[in-house]
Design a protein around this ligand. Structure first.
Ligand SMILES: C[S@@+](CC[C@H](N)C(=O)[O-])C[C@H]1O[C@@H](n2cnc3c(N)ncnc32)[C@H](O)[C@@H]1O
Length: 260
């Protein structure tokens, strides 16, 4: 917690807004997509499902994979607690929706499904796009399937199992490149960088990769710095809770830190 407060303070000192942005691409992205506050029709249904989960008395036996937990340990967790702590808040789901709506990716990956709320935001802008989402915990994956059924989203493939085992074959089976990826699976240095590097050969110059919780811990901070410095990465936008990565050629390498 203390780490995050310190990180946010440092971010605040460094960050800016659209004023003085020299990149026309980032200027447009910031004004038209990041700071757009319009409502889109699918938001209501997804937020209704979130409210249902937040008020659910049900518990499930979760199998933990992520940072800070013992691999394979089973324990009871209330759905409402998972919805409160693991799912990205509406504001970020809606940011991802707008990014997908803007860039129109055909193939979207999400590493870390949880209850499927953010997956729903990724899948909603375009029913013609394919979303491949990965979840290790079977009981959590079952709840995510429930989310997709309730919201009538047929364009999602949920890959169940440890990403360490499932990512490579799933990437090999993709019909085309990864146009958009949201990395929200395992908030530690090594797996974050490894999954990113595994996805790299499948990106194009126009792909957008989004990393979650880049300042959540010292390890994630280090992962973000490693990714920023990667020679294939040409442009990054640090919004504190998420980082956007672009591979656009024919431009100098640039990093932006912007308030969202
Ligand atoms: C932070 S939650 C994802 C939240 C979701 N993207 C959302 O915004 O609603 C991370 C999820 O990743 C899953 N996960 C973590 N490490 C994993 C791994 N190695 N393989 C598969 N799933 C993993 C966890 O079980 C958890 O459900």
């Amino acid at each position: 917690m203390l780490y995050q407060v310190f990180s946010y303070f440092r971010f605040w000192l460094r960050s800016g807004n659209a004023h003085g942005l020299h990149s026309p691409f980032v200027f447009g992205l910031y004004n038209d997509v990041i700071h757009h506050d319009g409502q889109f029709a699918p938001f209501n249904g997804i937020e209704a499902r979130r409210r249902e989960l937040l008020s659910s008395p049900e518990s499930i036996t979760v199998r933990d994979f992520g940072a800070g937990s013992r691999l394979g340990a089973g324990r009871q967790r209330r759905l409402r607690d998972i919805a409160r702590h693991a799912a990205k808040p509406a504001r970020f789901g809606q940011l991802l929706f707008r990014l997908v709506n803007h860039f129109r990716p055909a193939t979207i990956l999400e590493l870390g499904t949880s209850l499927g709320l953010t997956t729903a935001y990724l899948a909603s802008p375009n029913p013609g796009a394919r979303v491949v989402t990965f979840e290790g915990c079977p009981a959590t994956a079952a709840q995510a399937r429930h989310t997709f059924g309730k919201l009538g989203l047929p364009n999602i493939d949920l890959v169940e199992g440890n990403l360490d085992d499932t990512l490579t074959p799933a990437l090999a089976a993709l019909p085309g490149p990864i146009d958009f990826a949201f990395f929200d699976g395992n908030h530690r240095y090594e797996p974050t960088v490894r999954y990113f590097e595994q996805c790299l050969p499948y990106r194009t110059e126009r792909s957008v990769f989004v990393l979650d919780d880049i300042h959540w811990s010292a390890e994630m901070e280090r992962a973000w710095q490693t990714i920023r410095q990667h020679p294939e990465v040409m442009l990054t936008v640090d919004l504190f809770f998420v980082g956007l990565v672009f591979f656009r050629k024919n431009q100098p390498k640039q990093h932006f830190t912007l308030r969202f």
